[in-house]
Write a protein that binds this ligand. Sequence first.
Ligand code: CU
Length: 509
Amino acid sequence: MPRNVSATSDPPVLRSAIFPRSTIPAIAIMAVAAFSSLGMTGEPPNLLPLPLSLRAKDHTLSLTLHAAIAANGKNSFYFNGEPNAPTLRLSPGDQLKITYMNDLPANPRESCAINPCMDMTNLHFHGLMVSPDPPQDDVLSMMAMPGQALRYIVQIPKDHPPGLYWYHTHPHGESHRQVLDGMSGALVIEGMESYFPPLAGLPERVLVVRGRSIANDPQAAALKHRVELGSDVCRSVPGTPDEIMSLNGAVRPEIDIAPRQRQFWRLVNASADRYVDLQLEEQTFEIVAMDGMPIAEHDPNRRTRSADHVLLPPAGRLEAIVSGPEAGTRTRLISRCVDTGPDGDPNPAMILADIVPGPPADSTLTAAKTPLKPVLKTVDLTAEEAAPPRFIVTFTEKKSDFYINGQKFAPDAAPMLHAKVGTFQHWRIVNATKELHPMHIHQVHFLAYAENDKPIVDPLWLDTVNVPYGGSVDVIMDFTNAVIRGMSVFHCHLLNHEDKGMMAKILFE
Ligand SMILES: [Cu+2]
């Protein structure tokens, strides 16, 4: 195994073990951890990088973010002059203020799903239950051409649940290019320990999984070899992968964890178009939240779920307690292979990280001084589940065109439907193609309760759901939040498909 492939990190991010939360200044750049120990080969270990972390101060988090070309020629976020996507940390009731400058060139060098690229850009705050109107989570009218700036002021509601969210760019036609290049970052709404008290005192890790194109990479063979997993894990999928997965910007880094130490891992699949089926070898995930939504919010009597592996579609998040392996044991965080269907892209098994023994990490998740009062939503939805769907979303495709209900998205199109604020609605998502598609709706979470007409055991509230090929998923949309009012969208989160038309508008009114 060529360990020096660790030099292939994406944007330079700081390398570190877990930091005690108490050492984090109000708005601070994390310090660089010194790593003195050398790996067995005499080379520095390829430790998991830690992204910068920015915290709201006096209920406001203000920052300037740039879109620019990185040294590797790819589109990138820049913060403080460095190619970086900081983790944004806010509490319910806080305000997020971002000045987003588009410093991309007016004459783009890259190609997009809909050629030519125009290098326009904007931001989407994936999953946040905030207003879709400008200057908040609006991807339709807010758009910056090269040289222009956008000013976001996003008000996080006081009753917003805690959890892991993320931000990424969302310009129709260019989303895939920009997100594949790495224009994404994590966003944490604090207070999960109020919904699940055993989290207090646990070390926390934020893990951003990104896809990375190796199509024209001179190191493609070495990179592929580095993450390769034998067919002992799952059957091989035909085709050669043109992407590998990175973790916080590094290819197959080492995550150190003390034997049997419990840690709280918060992982987002920020890839543009790849599924991960996460497995921590010889361990189970004690799941606390999915897609940012604490399980406790809807099921206070059973606040976790246990799973050997978890399928995360692009944009999905997993928040779970994990334990370090027994002393002297090395294990791996892997993605099992995913059968994306006869027309799908190859999604083979891959090694995401090596789990290596380390000293016990300090506690980071101390209980907040003023704990959140959990907002419980234990509503009875059985009547709505049993009623016929109020809306059916049908995914179809033809060659390189992608449709929802026979229509390709157009920026000037009228909304495909109007949704009444204050209702729960049964929707059916039908996948009439020969490949998987993940369905995402902005601002809204939904209960995915049936797949292929069969009830899902232990259904969960999500904002992105995998829809099996040739199959369907039934969900209950939660349109009860009075803050979510205005023009919004729902779409396939394989961003190549979204760019090529698989998106539609919805008007919350
Ligand atoms: Cu799709």
